[in-house]
Design a protein around this ligand. Sequence first.
Ligand code: HEM
Length: 497
Amino acid sequence: MLLQRWHRRLEERGKLPPGPRWWPVVGNIFQLCWAPPHVLFSKLARVHGPIMTLWLGSMSTVVIQSNEVAREMFKNHDMVLAGRKIYESMKGDYGHEGSLITSQYGPRWRMLKRLCTTEFFVTSRLDAMRGVRGRCIDRMVQFIEDASANGTKSIDLGRFFSLMDFNLIGNLMLSKDLFDPQSEKGANFFHHAGKVMELVGKPNIADFIPMFRWLDPQGIRRKTQFHVERAFEAAGEFIRERMESMEKGDCEGRRKDFLDVLLEFRGDGVKETRTFSSKTINAIVLEMFIAGTDTTTSTLEWAMAELLHNPRALKIVQAELRSNLSYGKKLEEEDTENLPYLKAVIKETLRLHPALPFLVPHMAMDSCQMLGYHIPKEKQILVNVWAIGRDPKTWEDPLVFKPERFLQPNTVDFKGHHFEFIPFGSGRRMCPAVPLASRVLPMALGSVLYYFDWILADGIKAEDMDMSERMGIALRKSVPLKAIPIPYKLVSMDCCI
Ligand code: HEM
Protein backbone atom coordinates (compact mmCIF):
# COMPACT_ATOMS: atom_id res chain seq x y z
CA MET A 1 0.00 0.00 0.00
CA LEU A 2 2.78 2.45 1.05
CA LEU A 3 4.84 1.37 -1.92
CA GLN A 4 1.86 1.92 -4.22
CA ARG A 5 1.37 5.43 -2.87
CA TRP A 6 5.06 6.14 -3.25
CA HIS A 7 4.92 4.93 -6.88
CA ARG A 8 1.85 7.03 -7.60
CA ARG A 9 3.56 10.11 -6.19
CA LEU A 10 6.64 9.46 -8.32
CA GLU A 11 4.43 9.01 -11.37
CA GLU A 12 2.60 12.24 -10.64
CA ARG A 13 5.91 14.06 -10.14
CA GLY A 14 6.98 12.88 -13.57
CA LYS A 15 4.07 14.80 -15.06
CA LEU A 16 4.65 18.01 -13.13
CA PRO A 17 5.48 21.07 -15.23
CA PRO A 18 9.23 21.18 -15.97
CA GLY A 19 11.63 23.19 -13.87
CA PRO A 20 15.22 23.52 -12.73
CA ARG A 21 16.84 20.75 -10.64
CA TRP A 22 16.27 21.15 -6.95
CA TRP A 23 17.83 20.00 -3.69
CA PRO A 24 16.02 18.17 -0.89
CA VAL A 25 14.82 20.48 1.91
CA VAL A 26 16.03 23.75 0.35
CA GLY A 27 14.60 23.12 -3.13
CA ASN A 28 15.65 25.89 -5.56
CA ILE A 29 16.05 28.57 -2.90
CA PHE A 30 19.80 29.12 -3.44
CA GLN A 31 19.26 29.58 -7.18
CA LEU A 32 16.71 32.27 -6.43
CA CYS A 33 18.64 34.61 -4.16
CA TRP A 34 20.41 36.87 -6.61
CA ALA A 35 17.53 38.89 -8.07
CA PRO A 36 13.89 39.69 -7.27
CA PRO A 37 11.77 36.55 -7.82
CA HIS A 38 9.58 37.95 -10.63
CA VAL A 39 12.72 38.84 -12.64
CA LEU A 40 14.43 35.53 -11.97
CA PHE A 41 11.37 33.42 -12.74
CA SER A 42 10.92 35.17 -16.08
CA LYS A 43 14.56 34.39 -16.95
CA LEU A 44 14.04 30.73 -15.99
CA ALA A 45 10.97 30.63 -18.26
CA ARG A 46 13.30 31.04 -21.27
CA VAL A 47 14.80 27.64 -20.43
CA HIS A 48 11.87 25.74 -18.89
CA GLY A 49 8.87 27.28 -20.65
CA PRO A 50 5.87 29.37 -19.58
CA ILE A 51 4.58 26.84 -17.04
CA MET A 52 7.24 25.77 -14.62
CA THR A 53 7.66 23.97 -11.29
CA LEU A 54 9.89 25.47 -8.61
CA TRP A 55 10.59 24.32 -5.09
CA LEU A 56 10.74 27.16 -2.62
CA GLY A 57 12.24 25.04 0.12
CA SER A 58 9.67 22.27 0.38
CA MET A 59 6.86 24.50 -0.90
CA SER A 60 6.21 23.28 -4.39
CA THR A 61 5.05 26.05 -6.71
CA VAL A 62 3.78 26.28 -10.27
CA VAL A 63 4.71 29.55 -11.99
CA ILE A 64 2.66 30.72 -14.98
CA GLN A 65 4.37 33.23 -17.26
CA SER A 66 2.59 33.63 -20.60
CA ASN A 67 -0.78 34.94 -21.62
CA GLU A 68 -1.67 31.60 -23.26
CA VAL A 69 -1.13 29.64 -20.02
CA ALA A 70 -2.88 32.35 -17.99
CA ARG A 71 -5.85 32.09 -20.37
CA GLU A 72 -5.93 28.30 -19.88
CA MET A 73 -5.80 28.74 -16.10
CA PHE A 74 -8.53 31.38 -15.83
CA LYS A 75 -10.80 30.04 -18.60
CA ASN A 76 -10.68 26.31 -17.90
CA HIS A 77 -9.37 25.78 -14.35
CA ASP A 78 -10.44 28.94 -12.57
CA MET A 79 -12.53 27.27 -9.89
CA VAL A 80 -10.11 24.51 -8.91
CA LEU A 81 -7.21 26.97 -8.79
CA ALA A 82 -9.14 29.63 -6.84
CA GLY A 83 -7.82 28.56 -3.42
CA ARG A 84 -5.44 30.76 -1.44
CA LYS A 85 -2.00 29.81 -0.19
CA ILE A 86 -1.96 30.87 3.45
CA TYR A 87 1.46 31.98 4.67
CA GLU A 88 2.71 31.67 8.24
CA SER A 89 2.34 35.41 8.90
CA MET A 90 -1.40 35.11 8.21
CA LYS A 91 -1.98 32.14 10.49
CA GLY A 92 -2.41 33.94 13.81
CA ASP A 93 -5.70 34.12 15.58
CA TYR A 94 -7.08 36.93 13.42
CA GLY A 95 -10.14 35.25 12.03
CA HIS A 96 -8.38 35.06 8.65
CA GLU A 97 -11.16 32.82 7.39
CA GLY A 98 -13.37 35.91 7.79
CA SER A 99 -11.32 37.99 5.36
CA LEU A 100 -11.92 37.89 1.63
CA ILE A 101 -8.29 37.76 0.55
CA THR A 102 -7.36 34.82 2.76
CA SER A 103 -10.55 32.78 2.83
CA GLN A 104 -10.61 29.65 0.73
CA TYR A 105 -12.94 29.52 -2.25
CA GLY A 106 -16.33 28.32 -0.96
CA PRO A 107 -19.67 29.59 0.38
CA ARG A 108 -18.12 32.05 2.86
CA TRP A 109 -15.78 33.54 0.25
CA ARG A 110 -18.76 33.84 -2.18
CA MET A 111 -20.78 35.68 0.46
CA LEU A 112 -17.91 38.12 1.20
CA LYS A 113 -17.25 38.66 -2.49
CA ARG A 114 -20.95 39.37 -3.12
CA LEU A 115 -20.86 41.90 -0.30
CA CYS A 116 -17.92 43.63 -1.97
CA THR A 117 -19.44 43.71 -5.44
CA THR A 118 -23.01 44.56 -4.47
CA GLU A 119 -22.39 46.84 -1.49
CA PHE A 120 -18.85 48.26 -1.36
CA PHE A 121 -17.74 48.72 -4.95
CA VAL A 122 -21.11 49.00 -6.67
CA THR A 123 -21.60 52.03 -8.97
CA SER A 124 -24.38 53.61 -6.87
CA ARG A 125 -22.26 53.64 -3.70
CA LEU A 126 -19.13 54.76 -5.54
CA ASP A 127 -21.15 57.60 -7.12
CA ALA A 128 -22.49 58.58 -3.70
CA MET A 129 -18.93 58.66 -2.33
CA ARG A 130 -17.48 60.82 -5.10
CA GLY A 131 -17.28 63.82 -2.76
CA VAL A 132 -15.29 61.83 -0.19
CA ARG A 133 -12.71 60.82 -2.78
CA GLY A 134 -12.50 64.39 -4.06
CA ARG A 135 -11.93 65.72 -0.53
CA CYS A 136 -9.13 63.24 0.24
CA ILE A 137 -7.36 64.07 -3.02
CA ASP A 138 -7.84 67.84 -2.44
CA ARG A 139 -6.22 67.44 0.97
CA MET A 140 -3.22 65.76 -0.62
CA VAL A 141 -2.93 68.65 -3.10
CA GLN A 142 -3.16 71.08 -0.18
CA PHE A 143 -0.41 69.23 1.73
CA ILE A 144 1.84 69.37 -1.35
CA GLU A 145 1.08 73.07 -1.81
CA ASP A 146 1.89 73.73 1.87
CA ALA A 147 5.13 71.80 1.57
CA SER A 148 6.16 73.84 -1.46
CA ALA A 149 5.10 77.15 0.21
CA ASN A 150 7.16 76.28 3.30
CA GLY A 151 10.22 76.13 1.10
CA THR A 152 10.55 72.33 1.31
CA LYS A 153 13.17 71.50 -1.29
CA SER A 154 11.66 68.24 -2.46
CA ILE A 155 8.95 65.84 -1.36
CA ASP A 156 8.75 62.07 -1.20
CA LEU A 157 5.80 61.58 -3.55
CA GLY A 158 5.11 58.02 -2.43
CA ARG A 159 4.58 59.28 1.14
CA PHE A 160 1.96 61.81 0.01
CA PHE A 161 0.14 59.21 -2.12
CA SER A 162 0.23 56.74 0.75
CA LEU A 163 -1.28 59.23 3.23
CA MET A 164 -4.00 60.07 0.71
CA ASP A 165 -4.81 56.38 0.07
CA PHE A 166 -4.94 55.59 3.75
CA ASN A 167 -7.16 58.54 4.47
CA LEU A 168 -9.39 57.64 1.54
CA ILE A 169 -9.92 54.06 2.68
CA GLY A 170 -10.47 55.36 6.25
CA ASN A 171 -13.25 57.59 4.94
CA LEU A 172 -14.83 54.94 2.72
CA MET A 173 -14.77 52.27 5.42
CA LEU A 174 -15.28 54.23 8.62
CA SER A 175 -16.10 57.84 7.64
CA LYS A 176 -12.99 58.77 9.61
CA ASP A 177 -10.18 61.13 8.81
CA LEU A 178 -7.41 58.97 10.18
CA PHE A 179 -4.98 61.85 9.79
CA ASP A 180 -6.92 64.23 11.90
CA PRO A 181 -4.17 65.51 14.26
CA GLN A 182 -6.71 65.11 17.08
CA SER A 183 -7.14 61.40 16.31
CA GLU A 184 -4.65 59.43 18.36
CA LYS A 185 -6.58 56.27 17.52
CA GLY A 186 -6.20 57.05 13.80
CA ALA A 187 -2.43 57.45 14.12
CA ASN A 188 -2.29 54.25 16.14
CA PHE A 189 -4.24 52.29 13.56
CA PHE A 190 -2.07 53.70 10.73
CA HIS A 191 1.12 52.71 12.54
CA HIS A 192 0.06 49.11 13.28
CA ALA A 193 -1.61 48.49 9.91
CA GLY A 194 1.57 49.77 8.22
CA LYS A 195 3.67 47.35 10.28
CA VAL A 196 1.39 44.44 9.32
CA MET A 197 1.85 45.31 5.62
CA GLU A 198 5.62 45.46 6.05
CA LEU A 199 5.72 42.06 7.79
CA VAL A 200 3.33 40.27 5.42
CA GLY A 201 5.49 41.39 2.47
CA LYS A 202 8.71 39.90 3.93
CA PRO A 203 9.95 36.50 2.69
CA ASN A 204 9.68 34.11 5.62
CA ILE A 205 11.95 31.08 5.90
CA ALA A 206 9.25 29.35 8.00
CA ASP A 207 7.01 29.25 4.87
CA PHE A 208 9.64 27.40 2.91
CA ILE A 209 11.09 24.96 5.44
CA PRO A 210 8.38 23.40 7.63
CA MET A 211 10.75 22.36 10.44
CA PHE A 212 11.23 26.10 11.14
CA ARG A 213 7.52 26.74 11.53
CA TRP A 214 7.35 26.30 15.27
CA LEU A 215 10.59 28.25 15.69
CA ASP A 216 9.41 31.27 13.68
CA PRO A 217 13.13 32.20 13.26
CA GLN A 218 12.55 35.73 11.90
CA GLY A 219 9.77 36.35 14.43
CA ILE A 220 7.44 37.30 11.58
CA ARG A 221 4.39 35.40 12.88
CA ARG A 222 4.88 36.74 16.42
CA LYS A 223 5.38 40.34 15.32
CA THR A 224 2.45 40.20 12.88
CA GLN A 225 0.22 38.83 15.66
CA PHE A 226 1.30 41.73 17.91
CA HIS A 227 0.57 44.46 15.35
CA VAL A 228 -2.68 42.85 14.16
CA GLU A 229 -3.92 42.77 17.75
CA ARG A 230 -3.08 46.49 18.22
CA ALA A 231 -4.72 47.39 14.89
CA PHE A 232 -7.79 45.35 15.89
CA GLU A 233 -7.95 47.20 19.20
CA ALA A 234 -7.99 50.55 17.36
CA ALA A 235 -10.54 49.31 14.80
CA GLY A 236 -12.60 47.87 17.68
CA GLU A 237 -12.79 51.37 19.20
CA PHE A 238 -14.13 52.79 15.90
CA ILE A 239 -16.74 50.04 15.78
CA ARG A 240 -17.80 50.61 19.39
CA GLU A 241 -18.15 54.36 18.76
CA ARG A 242 -20.30 53.66 15.71
CA MET A 243 -22.54 51.19 17.53
CA GLU A 244 -23.06 53.69 20.33
CA SER A 245 -24.04 56.44 17.93
CA MET A 246 -26.35 54.01 16.09
CA GLU A 247 -28.06 53.21 19.40
CA LYS A 248 -28.46 56.92 20.14
CA GLY A 249 -29.87 57.46 16.64
CA ASP A 250 -27.04 59.90 15.79
CA CYS A 251 -26.51 58.27 12.39
CA GLU A 252 -29.82 59.45 10.88
CA GLY A 253 -29.28 61.11 7.50
CA ARG A 254 -25.55 60.32 7.46
CA ARG A 255 -24.06 58.82 4.28
CA LYS A 256 -23.78 55.06 4.65
CA ASP A 257 -20.20 53.75 4.72
CA PHE A 258 -18.74 50.23 4.54
CA LEU A 259 -18.84 49.84 8.33
CA ASP A 260 -22.61 50.47 8.31
CA VAL A 261 -22.97 47.74 5.68
CA LEU A 262 -21.00 45.29 7.83
CA LEU A 263 -22.92 46.13 11.01
CA GLU A 264 -26.31 45.95 9.31
CA PHE A 265 -25.51 42.66 7.58
CA ARG A 266 -27.98 39.94 8.58
CA GLY A 267 -26.72 36.94 6.62
CA ASP A 268 -27.43 35.71 3.15
CA GLY A 269 -28.45 32.16 3.90
CA VAL A 270 -24.91 30.89 4.53
CA LYS A 271 -24.85 28.90 7.75
CA GLU A 272 -23.09 30.45 10.77
CA THR A 273 -23.05 34.01 9.31
CA ARG A 274 -26.22 35.61 10.56
CA THR A 275 -24.32 38.68 11.68
CA PHE A 276 -20.62 39.29 11.52
CA SER A 277 -18.57 38.79 14.68
CA SER A 278 -16.45 41.76 15.73
CA LYS A 279 -13.36 39.73 14.81
CA THR A 280 -14.65 39.31 11.25
CA ILE A 281 -15.48 43.00 10.96
CA ASN A 282 -12.00 43.89 12.24
CA ALA A 283 -10.47 41.48 9.73
CA ILE A 284 -12.45 42.94 6.83
CA VAL A 285 -11.63 46.54 7.83
CA LEU A 286 -7.92 45.78 8.16
CA GLU A 287 -7.81 43.82 4.92
CA MET A 288 -9.26 46.71 2.92
CA PHE A 289 -6.41 48.90 4.16
CA ILE A 290 -3.84 46.22 3.42
CA ALA A 291 -5.23 45.43 -0.03
CA GLY A 292 -5.98 48.99 -1.04
CA THR A 293 -3.21 51.30 0.14
CA ASP A 294 0.15 49.93 -1.02
CA THR A 295 -1.26 48.77 -4.38
CA THR A 296 -2.67 52.21 -5.20
CA THR A 297 0.36 54.05 -3.80
CA SER A 298 2.87 51.99 -5.75
CA THR A 299 0.91 52.49 -9.01
CA LEU A 300 0.77 56.27 -8.51
CA GLU A 301 4.44 56.51 -7.54
CA TRP A 302 5.52 54.45 -10.56
CA ALA A 303 3.31 56.52 -12.87
CA MET A 304 4.99 59.74 -11.70
CA ALA A 305 8.43 58.11 -11.87
CA GLU A 306 7.84 56.96 -15.46
CA LEU A 307 6.54 60.40 -16.46
CA LEU A 308 9.54 62.18 -14.97
CA HIS A 309 11.78 59.58 -16.64
CA ASN A 310 9.99 60.23 -19.97
CA PRO A 311 9.57 64.03 -20.22
CA ARG A 312 7.83 63.74 -23.61
CA ALA A 313 4.97 61.72 -22.10
CA LEU A 314 4.85 64.14 -19.13
CA LYS A 315 4.44 67.09 -21.51
CA ILE A 316 1.65 65.34 -23.45
CA VAL A 317 -0.33 64.34 -20.37
CA GLN A 318 -0.07 67.79 -18.78
CA ALA A 319 -1.04 69.47 -22.06
CA GLU A 320 -4.07 67.18 -22.28
CA LEU A 321 -5.15 68.06 -18.75
CA ARG A 322 -4.58 71.80 -19.05
CA SER A 323 -6.11 72.20 -22.49
CA ASN A 324 -9.24 70.22 -21.60
CA LEU A 325 -10.00 72.24 -18.48
CA SER A 326 -10.61 75.94 -18.66
CA TYR A 327 -7.95 77.90 -16.76
CA GLY A 328 -8.51 77.91 -13.02
CA LYS A 329 -11.20 75.20 -13.12
CA LYS A 330 -10.96 72.53 -10.45
CA LEU A 331 -10.28 69.00 -11.72
CA GLU A 332 -13.31 66.79 -11.06
CA GLU A 333 -13.65 63.03 -11.35
CA GLU A 334 -15.97 63.29 -14.36
CA ASP A 335 -13.28 65.31 -16.24
CA THR A 336 -11.00 62.28 -16.23
CA GLU A 337 -13.48 60.48 -18.53
CA ASN A 338 -12.33 62.74 -21.37
CA LEU A 339 -8.61 62.37 -20.79
CA PRO A 340 -7.54 59.33 -22.83
CA TYR A 341 -3.81 59.97 -22.53
CA LEU A 342 -4.02 60.14 -18.74
CA LYS A 343 -5.84 56.81 -18.70
CA ALA A 344 -3.30 55.33 -21.11
CA VAL A 345 -0.49 56.45 -18.75
CA ILE A 346 -2.14 54.49 -15.94
CA LYS A 347 -2.55 51.37 -18.07
CA GLU A 348 1.04 51.58 -19.28
CA THR A 349 2.20 51.93 -15.67
CA LEU A 350 0.20 48.87 -14.62
CA ARG A 351 1.66 46.91 -17.56
CA LEU A 352 5.26 47.67 -16.62
CA HIS A 353 4.82 47.82 -12.85
CA PRO A 354 1.90 45.67 -11.71
CA ALA A 355 1.48 46.32 -7.98
CA LEU A 356 1.22 42.58 -7.25
CA PRO A 357 3.60 40.94 -9.73
CA PHE A 358 2.39 37.41 -8.82
CA LEU A 359 -1.24 38.42 -8.08
CA VAL A 360 -2.09 37.11 -4.58
CA PRO A 361 -0.76 33.52 -4.49
CA HIS A 362 -3.43 31.02 -5.55
CA MET A 363 -3.60 27.39 -4.43
CA ALA A 364 -4.96 24.29 -6.15
CA MET A 365 -7.97 23.14 -4.10
CA ASP A 366 -7.83 19.75 -5.78
CA SER A 367 -5.45 18.09 -8.20
CA CYS A 368 -6.09 18.80 -11.89
CA GLN A 369 -4.58 18.42 -15.33
CA MET A 370 -3.55 21.59 -17.13
CA LEU A 371 -2.01 21.57 -20.61
CA GLY A 372 -1.11 17.91 -20.04
CA TYR A 373 0.64 18.57 -16.71
CA HIS A 374 -0.40 17.31 -13.31
CA ILE A 375 -1.10 20.07 -10.77
CA PRO A 376 -1.30 18.42 -7.34
CA LYS A 377 -3.74 19.50 -4.65
CA GLU A 378 -2.50 22.33 -2.39
CA LYS A 379 0.20 23.40 -4.83
CA GLN A 380 0.90 27.13 -4.78
CA ILE A 381 0.19 28.85 -8.12
CA LEU A 382 1.95 32.12 -8.98
CA VAL A 383 0.93 34.05 -12.10
CA ASN A 384 3.84 36.28 -13.10
CA VAL A 385 1.86 39.22 -14.51
CA TRP A 386 5.05 41.29 -14.46
CA ALA A 387 6.61 38.89 -17.02
CA ILE A 388 3.37 38.62 -19.02
CA GLY A 389 3.22 42.44 -19.30
CA ARG A 390 6.77 42.51 -20.69
CA ASP A 391 6.53 39.54 -23.03
CA PRO A 392 8.13 40.55 -26.37
CA LYS A 393 5.83 38.06 -28.16
CA THR A 394 2.84 40.22 -27.21
CA TRP A 395 4.18 43.73 -26.77
CA GLU A 396 6.20 45.79 -29.22
CA ASP A 397 9.19 47.43 -27.47
CA PRO A 398 8.02 45.83 -24.20
CA LEU A 399 10.45 47.71 -21.97
CA VAL A 400 9.64 51.16 -23.37
CA PHE A 401 7.11 53.34 -21.53
CA LYS A 402 4.74 54.15 -24.40
CA PRO A 403 1.19 55.10 -23.28
CA GLU A 404 0.30 55.54 -26.99
CA ARG A 405 -0.03 51.75 -27.27
CA PHE A 406 -3.26 52.02 -25.24
CA LEU A 407 -4.73 54.83 -27.36
CA GLN A 408 -5.85 52.80 -30.35
CA PRO A 409 -9.56 51.99 -30.43
CA ASN A 410 -10.42 48.53 -29.02
CA THR A 411 -7.12 48.23 -27.18
CA VAL A 412 -6.85 45.93 -24.20
CA ASP A 413 -8.22 46.85 -20.79
CA PHE A 414 -7.59 45.50 -17.30
CA LYS A 415 -11.02 43.95 -16.72
CA GLY A 416 -9.59 40.43 -16.78
CA HIS A 417 -10.56 39.39 -20.34
CA HIS A 418 -7.28 40.25 -22.06
CA PHE A 419 -4.81 37.81 -20.58
CA GLU A 420 -1.77 39.72 -21.82
CA PHE A 421 -2.70 42.50 -19.35
CA ILE A 422 -4.09 41.31 -16.01
CA PRO A 423 -2.70 43.59 -13.27
CA PHE A 424 -5.90 43.06 -11.25
CA GLY A 425 -6.05 39.32 -11.97
CA SER A 426 -8.89 37.56 -13.73
CA GLY A 427 -11.68 35.12 -12.96
CA ARG A 428 -13.22 34.53 -9.56
CA ARG A 429 -10.35 35.87 -7.48
CA MET A 430 -9.93 39.05 -9.49
CA CYS A 431 -9.62 42.29 -7.46
CA PRO A 432 -13.16 43.37 -6.52
CA ALA A 433 -12.08 47.01 -6.20
CA VAL A 434 -11.37 47.65 -9.91
CA PRO A 435 -14.31 50.13 -10.14
CA LEU A 436 -12.85 52.09 -7.20
CA ALA A 437 -9.24 51.97 -8.44
CA SER A 438 -10.35 53.06 -11.96
CA ARG A 439 -11.75 56.24 -10.41
CA VAL A 440 -9.05 56.99 -7.85
CA LEU A 441 -5.96 56.41 -10.00
CA PRO A 442 -6.72 58.95 -12.80
CA MET A 443 -8.12 61.51 -10.37
CA ALA A 444 -5.11 61.37 -8.01
CA LEU A 445 -2.51 61.29 -10.78
CA GLY A 446 -4.41 63.92 -12.79
CA SER A 447 -4.49 66.23 -9.76
CA VAL A 448 -0.75 66.21 -9.06
CA LEU A 449 -0.09 66.77 -12.77
CA TYR A 450 -2.72 69.45 -13.24
CA TYR A 451 -1.94 71.60 -10.21
CA PHE A 452 1.85 71.27 -10.21
CA ASP A 453 4.86 71.16 -12.46
CA TRP A 454 7.61 68.84 -11.26
CA ILE A 455 11.39 68.89 -11.22
CA LEU A 456 13.49 65.97 -10.06
CA ALA A 457 15.23 66.56 -6.73
CA ASP A 458 19.00 66.96 -6.29
CA GLY A 459 19.53 67.95 -9.91
CA ILE A 460 19.07 64.36 -11.09
CA LYS A 461 18.51 64.12 -14.84
CA ALA A 462 15.57 62.11 -16.23
CA GLU A 463 17.89 59.60 -17.89
CA ASP A 464 19.86 59.05 -14.66
CA MET A 465 16.88 58.10 -12.50
CA ASP A 466 17.12 54.88 -10.54
CA MET A 467 14.12 52.81 -11.69
CA SER A 468 14.93 49.62 -9.76
CA GLU A 469 12.23 47.72 -7.86
CA ARG A 470 11.81 46.49 -4.29
CA MET A 471 9.42 43.73 -3.25
CA GLY A 472 7.19 44.40 -0.25
CA ILE A 473 3.50 43.71 -0.05
CA ALA A 474 3.44 45.53 -3.40
CA LEU A 475 6.20 46.12 -5.93
CA ARG A 476 7.59 49.53 -4.94
CA LYS A 477 10.32 51.74 -6.32
CA SER A 478 13.46 50.83 -4.40
CA VAL A 479 14.62 54.47 -4.27
CA PRO A 480 11.69 56.66 -3.21
CA LEU A 481 10.70 59.22 -5.84
CA LYS A 482 11.74 62.71 -4.70
CA ALA A 483 10.67 65.74 -6.71
CA ILE A 484 10.08 69.46 -6.31
CA PRO A 485 6.50 70.65 -6.83
CA ILE A 486 5.97 74.02 -8.47
CA PRO A 487 2.36 75.16 -8.25
CA TYR A 488 1.08 75.57 -11.81
CA LYS A 489 -0.45 79.01 -11.32
CA LEU A 490 2.86 80.33 -9.95
CA VAL A 491 4.62 79.19 -13.09
CA SER A 492 1.99 80.85 -15.30
CA MET A 493 2.27 84.11 -13.37
CA ASP A 494 6.05 84.02 -13.62
CA CYS A 495 5.68 83.62 -17.35
CA CYS A 496 3.54 86.76 -17.52
CA ILE A 497 5.99 88.96 -15.60
C1 HEM B 1 -3.95 49.88 -8.17
C2 HEM B 1 -4.76 49.34 -7.30
C3 HEM B 1 -4.97 47.87 -7.12
C4 HEM B 1 -4.39 46.80 -7.76
C5 HEM B 1 -3.35 46.81 -8.87
C6 HEM B 1 -4.98 45.60 -7.20
C7 HEM B 1 -4.65 44.32 -7.60
C8 HEM B 1 -5.18 43.18 -7.02
C9 HEM B 1 -4.80 41.85 -7.38
C10 HEM B 1 -3.76 41.49 -8.43
C11 HEM B 1 -5.50 40.98 -6.60
C12 HEM B 1 -5.39 39.46 -6.57
C13 HEM B 1 -6.10 38.79 -7.70
C14 HEM B 1 -5.86 37.29 -7.67
O1 HEM B 1 -5.42 36.77 -6.66
O2 HEM B 1 -6.09 36.64 -8.67
C15 HEM B 1 -6.34 41.77 -5.74
C16 HEM B 1 -7.21 41.24 -4.81
C17 HEM B 1 -7.95 42.00 -3.94
N1 HEM B 1 -8.01 43.38 -3.90
FE1 HEM B 1 -7.06 44.66 -5.14
N2 HEM B 1 -5.87 45.94 -6.23
C18 HEM B 1 -5.91 47.31 -6.15
C19 HEM B 1 -6.68 48.08 -5.31
C20 HEM B 1 -7.52 47.57 -4.35
C21 HEM B 1 -8.30 48.38 -3.43
C22 HEM B 1 -8.32 49.92 -3.42
C23 HEM B 1 -8.98 47.51 -2.62
C24 HEM B 1 -9.93 47.79 -1.48
C25 HEM B 1 -10.19 48.93 -0.94
C26 HEM B 1 -8.65 46.16 -3.04
C27 HEM B 1 -9.17 45.01 -2.47
C28 HEM B 1 -8.84 43.73 -2.87
C29 HEM B 1 -9.37 42.53 -2.23
C30 HEM B 1 -10.34 42.49 -1.04
C31 HEM B 1 -8.81 41.44 -2.92
C32 HEM B 1 -9.02 39.96 -2.62
C33 HEM B 1 -9.98 39.29 -3.59
C34 HEM B 1 -10.11 37.80 -3.34
O3 HEM B 1 -9.24 37.18 -2.77
O4 HEM B 1 -11.13 37.23 -3.75
N3 HEM B 1 -7.77 46.24 -4.09
N4 HEM B 1 -6.12 43.12 -6.01
